[in-house]
Design a protein around this ligand. Structure first.
Ligand code: FAD
Length: 418
């Protein structure tokens, strides 16, 4: 089995690893195998007798091993720390930052991801070892700024796992503008949600992490969870969340909820999804759910933003949906209509959706009849102002607000709290 270090692949003589029960024997120079949920207290009294701790990662989506690495280092463990099992080269840098010295991989993985994959992913920032030997003191100021930014995200020593919270691993991050990004995380095997719902998420960067509501932007059948996020410069959560990288941990509460769900709407023929800004997030879930097209003959998704760049996430999702090998057949341009409007940049359609609904521009532009309460249904997600004004227009069309307990002909969800 190759051992991956910062300088490349190495081999070592076979070591005999033992379980934590070996601690009771009072021997020295121990080499221990531990599970990712091992309590640090079990090991801390014996740190001086341990040469090597090998932490097992059961799946590459399981972030508990990283957390254990950091907790061991923060508790004062100075011996070698090894990650073993399901890790990939993308996670190597993060493993080093968490305090691991090396990663043990299988021969098969070494063939798939040869040495240069891992070395390319080696850290630009000081690792735990470098910090210990105070190399970081000689780094330029820009590097220190980067470290300070990172440490705001990761003083996880304070975070103690919470019973109602899953710790998940970031698998992808995409930035669209200075104010918007999306990210994907691993999905807990027990986590269920209905397309359109939201969940509370946070970061493990404090004893009592800040949690915020987030719409689940991916469909309920996806293997991972996807989110689309604002970056509020001093926002308690998003000032840190906007810096997440692949391999980082995001906390997800165990229960999803919300009113933008099929269960809260009576059946109909056309479904109008009205959104502004990040309010598109629940709808990028709904338009990727085959059930939506079983229940409605046509779906009209509208998004209003200020600038063209702010439309990118929604445009990408619609394009992916139409190009998807299974969804493409049921969500073609005749079934899924996408209407975008901007309030600042030039665009074929400009102005607020309320204006375009009232003056009929929307219906002319998409070549459809105006809303008919007998057969049309609507979902709204945006600011309080947008919900109030668009909701009033829906009611003028004869729609009646519904909820999970009393389905109606339109439903609303706030995209954020002011
Ligand atoms: C049901 C629900 C679902 C939500 N889903 C999402 C989502 O999918 N994506 C997302 O980015 N946010 C979403 N939010 C908002 C989210 O909960 C946070 O408010 C946001 O992430 C900012 O968190 P923060 O702690 O950094 O700042 P906060 O203290 O929460 O917010 C600071 C200020 O920033 C503004 N603001 C916050 N969020 C937004 C936003 N999304 N768009 C425009 N202005 C905003 C508000 O004026 C707010 O007062 C949702 C909120 C609710 C209630």
């Amino acid at each position: 089995m190759p051992i991956v270090t910062e300088t490349g692949f190495q081999t070592e003589p076979n070591l005999s690893f033992r379980g934590v029960e070996a601690l009771a024997e009072n021997c020295k120079n121990l080499t221990l195998d531990v599970d990712p949920d091992t309590e640090v207290d079990v090991l801390s009294d014996a740190f001086s007798r341990i040469d090597l701790i090998r932490v097992h990662f059961d799946s590459f989506a399981d972030g508990r091993g990283f957390s254990l690495g950091r907790r061991l280092r923060n508790a004062g463990y100075r011996g070698r720390l090894r990650a073993a099992g399901h890790l990939i080269s993308d996670q190597f840098r993060y493993a080093l930052e968490c305090g691991f010295d090396d990663v043990e991989i299988s021969d098969a993985l070494a063939t798939r991801q040869p040495e240069h994959h891992w070395i390319a992913d080696a850290p630009a920032r000081p690792t735990y070892r470098e910090k210990l030997s105070d190399v970081s003191a000689r780094l330029p100021e820009a590097q220190h700024a980067a470290d300070r930014a990172r440490s705001a995200l990761r003083p996880v020593s304070l975070y103690k796992p919470l019973a109602n919270v899953h710790e998940q691993v970031v698998t992808q991050v995409t930035h669209y503008t200075d104010g918007l990004f999306s990210f994907r995380i691993s999905r807990p095997s027990t986590f269920r949600f209905r397309s359109g719902e939201f969940v509370m998420i946070g970061l493990p960067n404090a004893e009592r992490p800040v949690f915020r509501a987030y719409s689940l932007a991916g469909p309920s059948w996806d293997d991972e969870l996807e989110f689309y996020s604002i970056k509020v410069p001093d926002g308690p959560l998003t000032q840190h969340l906007q810096r997440v990288e692949v391999g980082d941990t995001v906390l997800v509460k165990k229960k999803a909820t919300g009113t933008l769900v099929m269960d809260a709407l009576l059946s109909g023929k056309r479904l109008f999804l009205f959104s502004t800004g990040t309010g598109i997030a629940p709808f990028t879930s709904i338009i990727r759910d085959p059930e939506t097209y079983e229940k409605f003959e046509q779906v009209v998704l509208t998004q209003t933003c200020r600038t063209q760049a702010e439309l990118e996430f929604g445009l990408n999702v619609v394009a992916e949906t139409r190009g998807h090998e299974l969804l493409g057949d049921i969500a073609g341009p005749d079934k899924l209509v996408h209407f975008t409007t901007l309030t600042r940049d030039d665009h074929p359609h400009t102005g607020r959706i309320t204006t375009l609904l009232k003056d009929g521009h929307l219906f002319d532009a998409i070549g459809m009849a105006p809303i008919d309460a007998e057969q049309d249904r609507a979902m709204l997600c945006g600011s309080m102002d947008m919900l109030r004004d668009t909701g009033a227009i829906c009611e003028q069309f004869g729609l009646v607000e519904g909820s999970n307990s009393r389905p109606g002909t339109y439903v609303v969800e706030r995209a954020f709290v002011d």
